[in-house]
Design a protein. Structure first.
Ligand code: IPE
Ligand code: IPE
Ligand code: MG
Length: 247
């Protein structure tokens, strides 16, 4: 199926993707799971390029969840190595394309080599004003919210805030995504219909798009299809159609 072009006047500012299905993609080819993760990096490159082309401001990629630490040690190690090598190899090109690299998640839990490589990439791209490419690493929504609650509790104890002063904004400001717009569109590949602990707070009014496509097969055309689908929806935010149509 050939993709139409998304309406350039209605491009989501923030797209979040649960990149799922690498293992199954490899299994279909009688290969080890890590082979699928390697192939997944190619899909990331295509999607980053397409987002840059469309003028998307934020692309948040779920690359490794808190729960993924429970996978076999061999796979976890291979994923961390792949991460280090990919960041090292891709950052100069991303920098050239004005991409700004960021991260959400429990950075401290990552291996030192990963932390160092990420820091380097963040530093190199710090002044870039194009696409914000956010990697969710050792990330989970419940971890993030728990962390935010701990920080607010400290502010309470220190007398910096009163309980009745806590608003939704107070909480949003303590999340890793503080200062980022909420995603308008969340994509999950591989035919799984769940959030798997991704961006729990931020997706309260996000449009979800599910596709059977396995992550390594996801490309620009697949992204365009997701965006076009999003553009055909009516976002009501609790209101009625009539209210939305009154400009
Ligand atoms: C997604 O692919 C990548 C990560 C979670 C790191 P999977 O590894 O989950 O692939 P499947 O779901 O087993 O096919
Ligand atoms: C979600 O995929 C996490 C990432 C894509 C990084 P999983 O493959 O870990 O999700 P579950 O376990 O099937 O829900
Ligand atoms: Mg999976």
């Amino acid at each position: 199926m050939s993709a139409g072009q998304p309406d350039p006047n209605n491009i989501p500012r923030h797209i979040a993707i649960i990149m799922d299905g690498n293992g199954r993609w490899a299994k279909l080819r009688d290969k080890a799971r890590i082979y699928g993760h390697h192939a997944g990096v190619e899909a990331v490159r295509k999607v980053v390029e397409a987002c840059t082309e469309l003028g998307v401001e934020y692309l948040t990629l779920y690359a490794f969840s808190t729960e993924n630490w429970k996978r076999p040690e061999e796979e976890v190690n291979a994923l961390m190595e792949l991460l280090v090598r990919t960041i090292r190899r891709e950052t100069p090109e991303l920098d050239k394309n004005n991409v700004h690299i960021g991260m959400i998640g429990d950075g401290h839990s990552l291996p030192p080599a990963c932390i160092a490589e990420l820091e380097e990439a963040k530093k190199m791209t710090a002044d870039n004003t194009g696409l914000n490419l956010i990697l969710a690493l050792s990330y989970s929504g419940r971890w993030e919210i728990t962390h935010a609650v701990q920080q607010i509790a400290k502010d309470l104890v220190n007398g910096n805030i009163k309980p009745e002063e806590i608003t939704e904004q107070t909480i949003a400001d303590k999340l890793n995504t503080a200062n980022m717009p909420e995603p308008e569109l969340l994509i999950r590949t591989s035919g799984e219909y769940r959030l798997s602990n991704f961006l729990l707070w931020q997706t309260a009014y996000t449009e979800y798009y599910f596709t059977e496509t396995l992550w390594p097969d996801f490309d620009k055309e697949a992204l365009f299809n997701a965006i076009i689908d999003y553009q055909n929806r009516e976002r009501r935010f609790g209101k009625t159609t009539e209210q939305i149509q009154v400009k």
